[in-house]
Design a protein around this ligand. Structure first.
Ligand SMILES: [Zn+2]
Length: 144
């Protein structure tokens, strides 16, 4: 290996370490281990004994909620990405078009909105889906 090749391999090593670090630091779902986009309107946040827990989707949040019904769940508005209590959020469900906007999504894809008006706007745009108020109501529809 000459000096140039050596420097090149050092550079490649640096790139792969940086990349591996970035992958490691991306938050993952506490249930399924899938990557979670922060403040994504399909993700949920919870709390377990003071430890934050993160969920990629409704399915994983629901699995947690069934086990710990007293734990509070937060989700994020589709338009503003502001945190909303999951029991006060509006959800647009059964829209394949909206589901296709997300990279990491476990079916069923349920998108969160802070207001009913916000959910209606998204529904008008994709021209499909159903608006449901509150996490428990969605759980009744998809609940297992
Ligand atoms: Zn998950």
């Amino acid at each position: 290996m000459n000096r140039r090749e050596f420097l090149f391999s050092l550079g490649m090593l640096g790139v792969s370490i940086a990349w591996a670090k970035e992958e490691k630091e991306k938050p993952r779902c506490s249930i399924c281990g899938m990557f979670v986009e922060e403040n994504s309107p399909i993700s949920f946040k919870g709390d377990r004994n003071g430890q934050p827990v993160l969920f990629c989707s409704f399915s994983c949040a629901h699995a947690f909620h069934k086990k710990y019904p007293d734990a509070t769940l937060t989700t994020f508005d589709y338009h503003s990405h502001q945190a909303i209590p999951a029991d006060k959020a509006y959800f647009l469900i059964k829209s394949e078009k909206l589901a296709s906007e997300y990279k990491f999504a476990m079916a069923p894809v349920v998108t969160s909105f802070a207001t009913e008006q916000g959910a209606k706007m998204a529904k008008e745009r994709v021209k499909e889906g159903e608006i449901v108020a509150g996490f428990s109501a969605v759980a009744k529809i998809f609940g297992r």
